[in-house]
Design a protein around this ligand. Sequence first.
Ligand code: DHB
Ligand code: MG
Length: 598
Amino acid sequence: MRTSIATVSLSGSLTEKLTAASRAGFDGVEIFENDLLASPLTPEEIRARCADLGLTIDLYQPMRDIEAVPSDEFDRNLRRAEHKFRLMRRLGADTVLVCSSVSPLAVDDDALAARQLRRLAELAQDFGIRVAYEALAWGRHVSTYDHAWSIVEQAGHPALGTCLDSFHILARGSDPKGIEDIPGEKIFFLQLADAPLMAMDVLQWSRHYRCFPGQGGFDIAGLVGHVIRAGYQGPLSLEVFNDVFRQAEAGPTAVDARRSLLVLQEAVGLAEPPAPVVPSGIAFAELVTPDAEPVSAVLEALGFTRTARHRGKPVDLWQQGEARVLLNTGPAARRDGTSLAAIGLESPDPAGAARRAEALLAPVLPRRRAPEDAPLDAVAAPDGTELFFCVTEGDEHPSWTSDFEPAERQSPPGEGVHHIDHLALTQPWHQFDEAALFHRSVLGLGAQESVDVADPYGLLRSRAVTNADGSVRIALGVGPAPTADEGGRAQHIALATDDVVTAARRFRAAGGRLLPMPPNYYDDLAARYEFTDDELATYRELGILYDRDAGGEFRHCYTETVDRVFFELVQRDGDYRGYGAQNAPVRLAAQHARRPVG
Ligand SMILES: O=C(O)c1ccc(O)c(O)c1
Ligand SMILES: [Mg+2]
């Protein structure tokens, strides 16, 4: 099926929007009247620009407050419409969207609405134009898709059909099954938007919070299934009003949009990209740093051993149990300071994972490697984190570790940490929804609910993506607007231990510095849960935080931050699923308090 996007979904000038839509691979656009009015291009120039970019103009919109009005008002509306139809001829657009009226002049009279829409369709037909009537969820008298369709049916004109919009249908709680009762050729257009489930006024919800399919809580695939079964032949078109996308760069937003449609098409059986290859573990986390010393000192105190060095690059492998951290002091480090730059994902089929990623428009990274190195498939996540699909141990695929030479002098292996529990990546403020969809669709991970966490200087939203057995856990966060000195990219590596108290003591004894937590936290903890006095005193002394859910318990503590990176020691007992979000406000405040001033 053809794909289309409304210009309102993207930021910038009309030209920027069209260019972004074309580059992302859309076949067509819905042109919003405001974008045309504000453009310095004539309608003919816009038409030519679209043609050059390989885009059709699938819809011109919107026309408002047309129907069910007194006859003198309707005469004025027809004059207005005629002007628009002439404009559409110049544009080369043949379908216009008419929203159900919100006018105080409109009366609750379906027969009148049908007669007037029929009149409009007759006029449109003279211009070779079709009218698609859409129920706005907040329409004055017509606010549901079945009502709009019944008026279209009554009008009975070949140039009049209906426009279905998933937001209006699902926000009203209508049952989309009834769509199958509409003849496919009378569905002139299909607009798709998802939205987070919220209890709020539908107009505000629609104008500010729509998002791309798969990023919210609606069953868009289910709705599209009904529309296809009805026999709809037109494009799948995204119409997303969103405060964030309005500000974000159009290019990446358009790619995010196209990816959402590809995943949707896959879900309804209209596309068959390579199947997801779900990662089965975290092979490594790679830190870049201009100065290896401070991070090495933390790793050493945590019990890691420098076990190997890359044969061709300034990259050290630090290991403890199955936890592996690469420390890269190459050129990227001088550019980015200390940061979590790459993740190695243990993959049952690295090449297949890369094919899936490429099909879903993830940027595939060039294989920067020497001829003797093992092949490494890698893609970039929306935040720029490099994701390597790799194998640590296996017969069919060379191990990424074969590019490393064992270090000559190795200290005895530490104990306590056995693997990476999770990685926490801070996302750029405008890429949070994109990041969640990316990790779900490209990597085949499941997304948990997003949680809001109070930070002393803003609000942090966090959403974890995981595989089924929890061996891959990535916590995506988006925080308060970054300041220049932070770069806005605080990231951390959480290390799993069976005994956080012993691990924390050992870390401290080896010279490591734990993040101290305020006494008030422990007083509150004592009120909420029952601990022995010793236990609580130990937590207090070490800065260990505690949480519990229906499945189990969670104890965790933090190292001090090096540049923008820190480590967490976590002990999960039972089937605890979370990440200690309950404790995050206290931890964030403690981290802010430790930040050097000036
Ligand atoms: O918010 C609106 O006014 C509006 C306009 C046109 C649409 O197609 C729509 O779904 C909403
Ligand atoms: Mg709409």
